[in-house]
Design a protein around this ligand. Structure first.
Ligand code: UDX
Length: 447
């Protein structure tokens, strides 16, 4: 008989994981403590914009015509406990307010709510990004508090999905990492992931701390790569070099690779910034803080680029104050193909300029509602053209495809000044210059 799976927490990670598990053929029950979220999912709608996820949900959520009916949702812990052979914990671990450390309260409370309902053999699989050592602690808690005792086992299976590619990354991951303590746990997880493993996905079996560390070290490496190229951008700006050419040239070396070398206003989002900070905090607790002091520099380089963008804008406006200047900001989300504005470099730059007296208008293809909630005092436009109308300078801060396809000549007709600053090194300078614009990008010569 096929395994029954539950997914606890139906946010970004959980909603995608639940739909993907149903796609792989399992009966799935998703739980969330927020009834509105469950009601939305039952209607086949996701609480966030993620390409392909609504379609995947509707293929499986019970109640849709033609759906497999394999995916259901609930708010009832007893139902979850009774239903599942394998329980995936997918709740979020945000940064603690005013601290570097990550907030484990959602994970802890999920395990505490589930434990009393584990009366028979069950595998609880953590997917959230947690400080190393958490799995060990939670396994001990389960053994003590679940009626099934040692039969309620824990495993750790970090998730590497990227926003914008969540469905693809979950169904066709580039690797699977499982931290386990028994053959039974490994066997169950091999059964869950039989399809991707059968398609050639590497399956790496580790102990608990290694599985937890794989996730935080992977994100630290990615953050380091971005800050490395942004540090080179700073040197290029000082020396008159071109960081885009530099990235292309070093990227041809296979050992370096071309990905994650796009210089600009840096990384944001709900993962990289908070993960490197939580990693530093945890290393400090373990007495290994020296090993990660470089991450403090990675964070500083990243934050500095946002300030540099503000300075570029000031310079483009003549070098004085922003007072009375109209600044158009194209992009609000932390990356394209997402409506996520958490720690968005684009909104941070927009906010800094507004604080300094600039009249800022923002446009984003999908992030407007979230941006408005977070930065209610910024101006918002319904299209790129309306955003640019009357602007003294245009800032391109999130590299949506829509912005690459803009008609530079037509926008030139509505802008007050034809000056565009590319904070993502993603527009084609030739197109904009040919249309009469002054185009400048971070880490590149002026023309
Ligand atoms: C990241 C990891 O990639 C993923 O594996 C992990 O599971 C979660 O965290 P995500 O937050 O979706 O995923 O975004 P990612 O694509 O990594 O981009 C992060 C930030 O880096 C974005 O703000 C992006 O604009 C920026 N970035 C990325 C750059 O500035 N330059 C680059 O070359 C690449």
């Amino acid at each position: 008989m096929s395994l029954k799976i539950t997914v606890i927490g139906t946010g970004y990670l959980g909603a995608t994981h639940a739909a993907a598990m149903a796609e792989l053929g399992f009966e799935v029950l998703g739980l969330d403590v927020v009834p509105e979220k469950i009601a939305m999912l039952e209607r086949g709608e996701t609480p966030m914009y993620e390409p392909g996820l609504d379609e995947l949900l509707r293929r499986h959520v019970a109640g849709f015509e033609g759906s497999s009916g394999r995916l259901r949702f609930t708010t009832d812990w007893a139902e979850v406990g009774a239903f599942g052979d394998v329980h995936f914990v997918c709740v979020n671990t945000p940064q603690k307010h005013g601290e570097y450390a990550c907030d484990m309260s959602y994970v802890d409370s999920a395990i505490a709510s589930l434990a009393p309902h584990l009366t028979g053999p069950a595998l609880v699989v953590g997917k959230s990004t947690v400080p190393v050592g958490s799995a060990e602690r939670l396994a001990a808690y389960l053994a003590e508090n679940a009626p099934a005792g040692a039969d309620a086992e824990l495993a750790w299976n970090p998730e590497f999905l990227r926003e914008g590619f969540a469905v693809q990354d979950t169904l066709h991951p580039d690797r699977l990492v499982v931290g386990v303590r028994s053959e039974r746990a490994e066997k169950l997880l091999r059964e869950v992931y039989a399809t991707p493993v059968g398609e050639g996905t590497p399956f790496v079996v580790t102990d608990f701390p290694t599985a937890e560390l794989v996730k935080t070290s992977a994100n630290s490496f990615l953050a380091t790569k971005i800050s490395f190229i942004n540090a080179m951008a700073e040197v290029c700006e000082a020396a008159g070099g071109d960081v885009a050419k530099l990235a292309e040239a070093i990227g041809y070396d296979d050992r370096i690779g071309r990905k994650f070398l796009r210089a600009g206003i840096g990384f944001g989002g709900g993962c990289l910034p908070k993960d490197i900070r939580a990693f530093m905090a945890r290393a400090g607790e373990l007495g290994a803080d020296q090993a990660l002091t470089f991450l403090r520099e990675i964070d500083s380089i990243n934050m500095r680029r946002r300030g540099q963008m503000v300075e570029m804008a000031r310079e483009a406006l003549g070098g004085g104050s922003f007072l009375g200047k109209r600044v158009a900001v194209l992009g609000a989300t932390f990356k394209p193909d997402s409506d996520d504005v958490r720690d968005s470099p684009a909104l941070n730059v927009a906010g800094q300029i507004q604080l300094q007296g600039g009249q800022v208008t923002v446009y984003d293809p999908k992030g407007m509602d979230n941006a408005r909630r977070l930065f209610p005092t910024l101006g918002y436009a319904v299209s790129a053209e309306e955003c640019v109308r009357g602007a003294d300078v245009v800032l391109h801060l999130t590299e949506w495809r829509e912005f690459r396809e803009l008609d530079a000549a037509a926008l030139g007709e509505v802008a007050a000044e034809k000056v565009i600053l590319d904070g993502r090194n993603a527009l084609d300078p030739e197109i904009w210059r040919r249309a009469g614009w002054t185009y400048r990008a971070m880490g590149r010569p002026t023309a």
